[in-house]
Design a protein around this ligand. Structure first.
Ligand code: SF4
Length: 180
């Protein structure tokens, strides 16, 4: 597992400063801004703006279809409107304090111990040690949150028999029939 110090070193060597361009919140290529979220993240956004779960999230677009006609996807994604995140207002995030892990850590993510860097116009800019450490801590927190969510999904999958033809979202809290 990566330490905050070693990750911060790598982030600092890469360099990053958000330019506020909003490109990561808008669709610049097919599905580029799909923000996958766990139920706890959906509720955080919904609570912040007085909305509902369904008002904030929809089923993650990639689904799995089995031979018996069962179709399911894992987790949710933030709703978008015309390719833009529903919560991008005037070029700013209107749910900034409640924004999901992916938004907090973009353009970085961890794949195991490997730091993955996505395209971003803010890369290469000087970053303070304090901010690099904060991003590193967030990345480690995100990885742990994703591990817990995946573990929850596996437990739900192992304990739930889905009748043939089920169309649903599976998250760490259960199976939610949502598809028409
Ligand atoms: S929640 Fe905020 S930061 Fe995340 S994609 Fe939407 S507008 Fe951007």
């Amino acid at each position: 597992m990566r330490t905050i110090d070693s990750l911060a070193d790598e982030i600092a060597a890469t360099g990053f400063r958000c330019t506020g361009c909003g490109a990561c919140c808008s669709e610049v290529a097919g599905g580029s801004n799909v923000v996958m979220v766990a139920p706890v993240e959906v509720r955080a956004v919904a609570d912040a703006i007085g909305s509902t779960f369904a008002g904030v999230a929809e089923p993650y677009p990639e689904s799995v279809e089995t031979e018996d006609g069962t179709r399911y996807t894992f987790d949710w994604c933030l709703r978008r409107d015309g390719g833009r995140c529903l919560f991008l207002e005037g070029g700013r995030c209107s749910v900034y304090r409640a924004r999901p892990w992916i938004c907090r850590t973009y353009p970085f993510m961890l794949d195991g111990d490997r730091l993955i860097v996505s395209a971003c116009s803010g890369l290469g800019a000087e970053i303070s040690r304090e901010k690099a450490c904060l991003l590193a801590a967030l990345l480690i927190g995100r990885q742990e949150a994703e591990r817990v969510e995946e573990e929850g999904i596996r437990a739900v999958m192992a304990s739930t028999a889905m009748p043939p033809g089920t169309r649903a979202v599976v998250d760490s809290e259960g199976v939610w029939p949502v598809y028409g």
